[in-house]
Design a protein around this ligand. Structure first.
Ligand SMILES: CC(C)(COP(=O)(O)OP(=O)(O)OC[C@H]1O[C@@H](n2cnc3c(N)ncnc32)[C@H](O)[C@@H]1OP(=O)(O)O)[C@@H](O)C(=O)NCCC(=O)NCCS
Length: 172
């Protein structure tokens, strides 16, 4: 039987599952710790991967400025890793960035090989905007960060339109 993996924007009903996906990897210091309030407050940044109604992956896109955003909180459930779901989530974040006209995305990561396979290049951490360190100060490893910075310039391919928004026609 074929099962469909759906990658979509997160909703409030996903917060518990997102938090449950993130927590084990936050405990291993692979990603930043995020409590449920934090996830709620940044919910518009999150994509989720759903398999038969169960959330099996998540990723978030955090915008820092007119031309740069970070992919963070990227996790695929251990039972489903290696099935291209991570790729789908990163592509979802890149699409969100492109739709918002953000030209570059970066990540701080230990899985540089994963990002490199998606067209990212390793860059010096110092080349990233200073604003990012306002988040990093909450990390235990601040000051001794051994993560690798990877960055990708999004292509100049045509941007797919945002989801249709109802239009109100007003006549005078
Ligand atoms: C990193 C992660 C999100 C990738 O998601 P995924 O669905 O497993 O990855 P995909 O199936 O899309 O891609 C697989 C590719 O990624 C790389 N990769 C990912 N995880 C890997 C691992 N544990 N060991 C070796 N290669 C790995 C390989 O290059 C692989 O390429 P291949 O299929 O040609 O061999 C997932 O493994 C994960 O949740 N890891 C733990 C949390 C984490 O490190 N998050 C990243 C924070 S920036």
């Amino acid at each position: 039987m074929t099962h469909r993996i759906l990658v979509r924007a997160a909703e409030t009903g996903d917060v518990d599952a997102i938090h449950a996906l993130l927590t084990p990897y936050a405990k291993k210091d692979v990603i930043l710790t995020r409590d449920k309030d934090d996830v709620y407050q940044h919910l518009q940044e999150f994509m989720v991967a759903e398999y038969d109604g169960v959330l099996i992956g998540t990723a978030a896109l955090h915008i820092y400025g007119s031309n740069i955003a970070e992919i963070r909180s990227l996790v695929v459930s251990p039972d489903y890793q290696g099935k291209r779901i991570g790729h789908l989530l990163v592509e979802g974040c890149e699409k969100m960035a492109a739709q918002l006209h953000v030209a570059q995305v970066f990540a701080l990561t230990y899985v540089d090989y994963f990002f490199i396979s998606m067209g990212y290049a390793v860059v010096p951490k110092e080349s990233l905007p200073h604003k990012i360190w306002t988040v990093c100060v909450h990390c235990k490893k601040f000051g001794d960060c051994d993560e690798i910075a990877v960055q990708k310039r999004l292509s100049d391919a045509p941007i797919e339109p945002m989801q249709m928004i109802p239009i109100l026609d007003i006549t005078d």
